[in-house]
Write a protein that binds this ligand. Sequence first.
Ligand SMILES: [Zn+2]
Ligand SMILES: [Zn+2]
Length: 139
Amino acid sequence: MLTDDACAAQLRSARLRVTRPRVAVMRAVHAHPHADTDTVLRLTRHEVPDVSQQTVYDVLSALTSAGLIRRIQPTGHVSRYESRIGDNHHHVVCRSCGAIGDVDCAVGAAPCLNASDDHGFVIDEAEVVYWGLCPDCRR
Ligand SMILES: [Zn+2]
Ligand SMILES: [Zn+2]
């Protein structure tokens, strides 16, 4: 569990003011990887009961822009948030229920996939979504 002090330090390092909603949202995302906005809202209200939905949306967007959390949005599914950032990991997504799992870099280090045509770009990241059915949905 991420402590309040650790949250505050991360917020300060990103030059964000330390507020109770920001700390609560960070703790929620750390404790529940790939949580969607509704889940983050519910968890945040455990700690800050009077927080508004708009505030939580704004905090998620500020934390994402600051690079403290990462937003993933599989096609056809709502946005999810996670605190595992900067390691170029990928995701496996269930087509049926939307369950998400982390998948480490496919081969070696980032970008771990070679583009067949790099168009002259220096590529440092590749993002892959693996689609399929999770064990529960296969039953
Ligand atoms: Zn599923
Ligand atoms: Zn992830």
